[in-house]
Design a protein around this ligand. Structure first.
Ligand code: ASP
Length: 464
């Protein structure tokens, strides 16, 4: 017999069906056992007489039985299939589940996170997480469809690459074929996407994984995260903001219909205004921040192009002794009106940077880029690049001598957006297999030691 999904039992009243799934919860009433069977489509109640062995929750079972209508009074409004139940003639236990390390019928927030992550494959059975991960897929699909419709081309860029300056430490991967050399995992596809504009694609996007070795916070995952990376040619800053605003507004309507966007069009504040008025460059503009359904998007523009350099900014890729560091990244274009200030008073120069803010979180950032090699060299100089450092980006300057279109883009974070949309307290709740603060990964025990043979092959020696 072919398998029927639990949700489809509604359409199969009077028929005998074969269901496959997990035992969700068991209630024994003497000789009669009731249990809910769970599969990807949901739950259905099964009634079974005289079971031989007792059924363990979370075991996998195949149930053969007749779908019957429940009497009106006994219908369960909490289940989509609550109007029917299965009168089982056979319950085959396919695999047994041991007792679980934690309950699955709570939201799980109060369970020790280390244990939840060790058994993430069980934690993901929890309805809350299951819903988040499924909705995440819907959101990504919405974005893909929307941008494809808008003539964007989805293009993958390399994971094994060279340092891309986004203000964090790189993860390095040793090369076996070229002793003593290393790849860096991309902090973002920034340079590749700009080069795709030189290549003439005009509209690029990617659901991109980015790797940054920086200290985690509740709204910053350790190690890797996902962003919607996009870039466009022949556009103004306004075009980029309008595209994202229209797409996210449509996305919220379709994927999060319970949410309301508090102000439309989204307010646009200059960096200076935001800091003056709200004391923050990511202000929470919700009218009622007790309301879990309110979404207050805003754009912050006119950031200063440079910040005063601090010790940590060394990882921005800035020169060691520089006085200035890029406040977004070194490819951000200065405001055209402020170009004369680059020499006179660089800290007064505004950049064509835009940040997207939602309920007090930064959920995306981007800029119009520099496309004039002279200005790019000037920025390199101002951030204290040595000739050596400048050489690392020579390919960009070279590419820009072959007919580069004016271009710009943005990279909204997917994880952080979902965290806010689901009102979750941290990013790990919206990622299937997140790493914890110490850098330990979920389920598998990484990072772990390499064997002496592996190290030898990679030409590496560990110092004690
Ligand atoms: N690459 C930038 C980032 O990851 C985004 C951008 O400028 O498009 O923040």
């Amino acid at each position: 017999m072919e398998r029927t999904l639990t949700l489809d039992t509604l359409k199969a009243v009077g028929k005998t069906v074969l269901l496959k799934g997990w035992v969700n919860s068991v209630r024994s009433h003497g000789k009669i056992v009731f249990f809910d069977l769970r599969d990807r489509s949901g739950l259905v109640q099964v009634v079974f007489q005289n079971p031989k062995d007792n059924l363990k929750p979370e075991s996998v079972v195949y149930v053969t039985g007749k779908v019957v209508k429940r009497p009106e009074k006994l219908a369960n409004p909490k289940l989509k299939t609550g109007k029917v139940e299965i009168q089982a003639s056979k319950v085959e236990v396919v695999t047994i589940s041991r007792e679980l390390p934690f309950p699955l019928d709570t939201d799980g927030h109060d369970i020790d996170e280390a244990v939840r992550l060790k058994y993430r494959y069980l934690d993901l059975r929890r309805p809350r997480l299951n819903r988040i991960i499924r909705t995440r897929a819907k959101l990504v699909k919405f974005i893909r469809d929307y941008l494809t419709q808008e003539e964007f081309v989805e293009i993958e860029t390399p994971m094994l690459t060279k340092t891309t300056p986004e203000g964090a430490r790189d993860f390095l991967v040793p090369s076996r074929l070229q002793p003593g050399k290393f790849y860096a995992l991309p902090q973002s596809p920034q340079q590749y996407k700009q080069l795709l504009m030189v290549a003439g694609f005009e509209r690029y996007f990617q659901i991109a994984r980015c790797f940054r070795d920086e200290d985690p916070r509740h709204d910053r995952a350790y190690g890797e995260f996902t962003q919607l990376d996009l870039e466009m040619s022949f556009v103004t800053q306004n075009d980029i903001l309008e595209l994202i605003e229209a797409m996210y507004t449509a996305m919220v309507k379709e994927v999060f219909p319970d949410k309301t966007i508090s102000q439309s069009p989204w307010p646009r504040l200059s960096h200076e205004q935001a800091v003056k008025k709200y004391g923050s460059d990511k202000p929470d503009l919700r009218k009622d921040n007790q309301d879990p359904h309110e979404l207050a998007f805003a754009w912050i523009v006119d950031f200063p192009l440079f910040n005063q350099q601090t010790q940590e900014d060394f990882f921005h890729g800035a020169g060691k002794n520089a006085k200035l560091a890029p406040s977004h990244h070194m490819f951000t274009s200065p405001h055209p009106d402020d170009i004369p200030l680059l020499d006179k008073n660089p800290l007064k120069v505004r950049g064509l940077q835009h940040d997207l803010v939602l309920n007090g979180y930064e959920v995306g950032g981007g800029s119009i880029r520099i496309h004039d090699p002279k200005i790019q060299r000037k920025v390199f100089e101002l951030i204290g690049f040595t000739k050596e450092q400048e050489k690392q980006f020579e390919h960009m300057l070279t590419a820009f001598t072959y007919g580069v279109p004016p271009h710009g883009g943005i990279a909204p974070g997917i994880d952080r957006l979902l965290m806010v949309l689901f009102n979750e307290p941290n990013l790990r709740e919206v990622i299937a297999y997140p790493a914890v603060a110490s850098g330990q990964t979920a389920v598998v025990d990484a990072p772990s030691q390499a064997t002496p043979e592996q190290l030898k092959e990679l030409h590496l020696k560990l110092v004690k």
